[in-house]
Write a protein that binds this ligand. Structure first.
Ligand code: FES
Ligand code: MG
Length: 587
C-alpha cells in the first residue's frame, strides 16, 4: 500500500519546514522549539493539533478541561500528532457582565484568528458552558480545518432536602419560595449552592447540556461524548479518544464542511425537541449554520421540530438531571429512539469517520423513565412554536414547558387575550413589578424590551419575568411574558422570546404601550397588539431610536455589526468569511 503520509504536506509545514523561506522558518522553529519541542518533532511530518482551552479560573463551568488536558494530549501523541494547547477569550455564563452572550462572537473571532494564523492542522475544541460550544463550532466552521469537540460534561446531580436540585432551575424555584416566605435568604443561598456540587457545566437540560447534545447530534463529537458527567472516569477516556481521533481526522482531511450539512442541522433540530432543549439553541444553531454556509431559517425550528415528541425527562421540562441522562444512554439513546422511528437522516457523516447510522448501531434507551421511546413520550408535539405578528417578525415559544396549570389558566383553545404591562429592561421590571399602581393581575401579559443584541447589548436572559409577589402568593407561578431578549435554558417558563427585530432597532415591540390589549393565538401562531392601524402607524412615525451607551470598545463594535437573534445574532460581516483555511496567511 502506498504511504500517503509521505506525500501529504501539512499546513503547519508552511511554518516549520519551508525551505523557500529559511529566515521565517528559522524564526518559527527556534521559538516553538524552546518550549520543549525538538526540531525533529516540529519537522517530523506529523500533524500539529491545537487544543482550544476554554476552561480557567474565570470559567468554572469549563475548568474540568484543565484536568482533562493531559488525556487529550496523550491521545494526540498516541495518535501520532503533536498537541499545542492555547487559550481563547473566556466566557462564563454566570460571571460575565452585562451578559456572556455579548462575548460569544468575541470568542468566535479569537478562535478564527488563532486557527487561521498559527501552524495548526486540526483542533480539539473544548466546550461546556452555554456560549463556549457554539463559539467554538462557529470558529471551526469558518476556518474549516479538521475539528472535533469535547465537552467537559455536566456536574454531578445536586440535591437539596432530599430532592434533585438542578442548575439554574433551583434558582428560579428558590426565588419563588423566597417570595412566598417558604425559605429565607440563607436557605436560598444553601439551595443554590447545593445545585452545584462538582466541576462541570449545568446538570439540567439548560443551554450547556443542550448545545453539547446538539454538537453530538450534528456529528461534531465522538458518539456518547455529550452526557458523561464531568468527574466520571468515562470523561477522561473520552478526552483521550477525542485527541486520538483528531489526528486521524487530519489524516483523512475530514473537515467541518463535510459534517455540518443541512441534513445534520435538521437532525439537530429534531434532537433538540426530543431532549427538551433550550430556547438558546435556535440563535446558536442559526449562527453556526450561517458560518458553515448552510441555509437555515428560524421558521425551520417549527417546521422541522415542532411535531416531534419530548423523550427526555430532565429538568426543566422534566424531573431528572445529568447523571440519570448519562446512565439512560445519553444522546446516542435519544438518537437511536428517533432513528428507529424513522425520524433522523442516518446517512450523515460524523467526526468518528462513520455515518450516524453506523455510530448509532442498536443504541436505545436503557431507562425508559429517563429517556422515553417515541411511542410513549413525555409529551407530543413538543418543539418550538415560531410566532409572528405586528410586534415582531418572529419570536419563539418553548411549548414543552407549558404546564397544565398555565394551559388551563391562560390558553383556552390555545388563545389568550390580556393587558400589556411594558418594562424597559430588567432594572425597570425590578423597580416596578410590585407597584400596586400597575395593578398586575392574571389578565396581564408582561413585556420587556430593549434587551436584544443591540439593546442590552448582547441580548439578556430576562424574559422569564416572575409575576408580582402577591400573585405568586395566590399560586400563580407564571404569567405570559414576551420580550426581545432571551431566557435561561434552565427556566421552565413558557415565555415568548427572542423577538426579532428587537425594539431598539425599531421592531414592533417598540410601539407597544402599557394598557394595550394583546392577543396570543397559538393556533394561528400569532401575537398581535390590538391597536388600530392609524394609531399604530402614528406611534411608529413618532418613534426615535434610543441613544446607546457603550461601556467598552467591544460593545460599540458589537452593536455596529451584530444582527438579530432570529438570524443567530452573528457579526453580520463575519458571515461572508467561509472556509478560510485554504487562504494561507502571509509569512
Ligand atoms: Fe455555565 Fe450553565 S452556567 S453551564
Ligand atoms: Mg444562561
Amino acid at each position: 500500500m502506498a504511504d500517503t503520509r509521505a506525500r501529504r504536506r501539512y499546513r503547519s509545514q508552511e511554518w516549520f519546514d519551508n525551505p523557500n523561506n529559511p529566515g521565517m522558518t528559522a524564526l518559527y522553529l527556534e521559538r516553538y522549539q524552546n518550549q520543549a519541542f525538538t526540531r525533529g518533532e516540529l519537522q517530523a511530518d506529523k500533524p500539529i493539533v491545537g487544543i482550544a482551552q476554554t476552561g480557567s479560573d474565570l470559567v468554572p463551568c469549563n475548568k474540568i478541561h484543565v484536568f482533562l488536558m493531559d488525556r487529550i494530549k496523550a491521545g494526540i501523541r498516541d495518535g501520532g500528532g503533536i498537541p499545542l494547547e492555547f487559550p481563547v477569550h473566556p466566557i462564563q455564563e454566570t460571571g460575565k457582565r452585562p451578559t456572556a452572550a455579548l462575548d460569544r462572537n468575541l470568542q468566535y473571532l479569537s478562535l478564527v484568528e488563532v486557527l487561521h494564523g498559527y501552524p495548526l492542522d486540526g483542533v480539539v475544541l473544548t466546550t461546556g458552558c452555554d456560549k463556549t460550544t457554539p463559539a467554538m463550532l462557529m470558529g471551526a466552521a469558518t476556518v474549516d480545518i479538521p475539528a472535533i469537540a469535547l465537552n467537559g460534561g455536566p456536574m454531578l446531580d445536586g440535591w437539596f432536602r432530599g430532592k434533585r436540585a438542578g442548575s439554574g432551575t433551583a434558582i428560579w424555584e428558590g426565588r419563588r419560595l423566597l417570595a412566598t416566605g417558604e425559605i429565607d435568604y440563607e436557605e436560598f443561598m444553601q439551595m443554590a449552592c447545593a445545585s452545584s456540587p462538582s466541576l462541570g457545566h449545568c446538570n439540567t437540560m439548560g443551554t450547556a447540556s443542550t448545545m453539547n447534545a446538539l454538537a453530538e447530534a450534528l456529528g461534531m463529537t465522538l458518539p456518547g461524548a455529550a452526557a458523561i458527567p464531568a468527574p466520571f472516569r468515562e470523561r477522561m477516556e473520552m478526552a483521550y479518544l477525542t485527541g486520538r481521533r483528531a489526528v486521524e481526522m487530519v489524516e483523512e482531511d475530514l473537515k467541518p464542511s463535510d459534517i455540518l450539512t443541512r441534513a445534520a442541522f435538521e437532525n439537530a433540530i429534531k434532537v433538540n425537541t426530543a431532549i427538551g432543549g433550550s430556547t438558546n439553541a435556535p440563535p446558536h444553531l442559526q449562527a453556526l449554520a450561517r458560518h458553515a454556509g448552510v441555509e437555515l431559517h428560524v421558521s425551520d425550528w417549527e417546521k422541522i421540530g415542532h411535531a416531534l415528541p419530548l423523550l427526555v425527562n430532565l429538568q426543566p421540562a422534566g424531573e431528572y438531571l445529568g447523571e440519570s441522562f448519562f446512565r439512560a444512554g445519553g444522546v446516542p439513546a435519544v438518537m437511536g429512539e428517533l432513528h428507529r422511528a424513522g425520524l433522523l437522516d442516518g446517512s450523515v457523516m460524523t467526526a468518528s469517520g462513520k455515518s450516524l447510522q453506523e455510530t448509532l448501531g442498536s443504541s436505545k434507551s436503557r431507562d425508559e423513565d429517563v429517556i422515553r421511546p417515541v411511542d410513549n413520550p413525555m409529551r407530543e408535539e413538543a418543539g418550538f412554536a415560531v410566532l409572528t405578528g405586528n410586534l415582531f417578525d418572529s419570536a419563539l415559544m418553548k411549548t414543552s414547558v407549558i404546564s397544565a396549570d398555565f394551559r388551563a389558566r391562560f390558553l383556552k383553545n390555545n388563545r389568550y387575550e390580556g393587558r400589556a404591562i411594558v418594562f424597559e429592561g430588567p432594572e425597570d421590571y425590578h423597580d416596578r413589578v410590585n407597584d400596586p399602581d400597575l395593578a398586575i393581575d392574571d389578565d396581564c401579559i408582561l413585556f420587556i424590551r430593549g434587551v436584544g443584541c443591540v439593546g442590552y447589548p448582547g441580548s439578556a436572559e430576562v424574559v422569564n419575568m416572575q409575576p408580582p409577589d402577591a400573585l405568586i402568593m395566590d399560586g400563580i407561578k407564571h404569567l405570559p411574558t414576551v420580550g426581545d431578549g432571551r431566557q435561561s435554558g434552565t427556566s421552565e417558563s413558557p415565555s415568548i422570546l427572542n423577538a426579532s427585530p428587537e425594539a431598539t432597532v425599531g421592531g414592533g415591540l417598540a410601539y407597544l404601550q402599557t394598557g394595550d390589549r394583546v392577543r396570543l393565538d397559538l393556533n394561528e401562531g400569532t401575537l398581535n397588539a390590538l391597536v388600530p392601524d392609524d394609531e399604530w402607524n402614528a406611534r411608529k412615525a413618532a418613534w426615535t431610536a434610543p441613544e446607546l451607551h457603550h461601556q467598552t470598545p467591544w460593545q460599540e463594535l458589537y452593536r455596529k455589526h451584530v444582527g438579530q437573534l432570529a438570524d443567530g445574532g452573528c457579526l453580520e460581516l463575519a458571515t461572508a468569511y467561509q472556509r478560510i483555511a485554504k487562504d494561507l496567511p502571509r509569512d
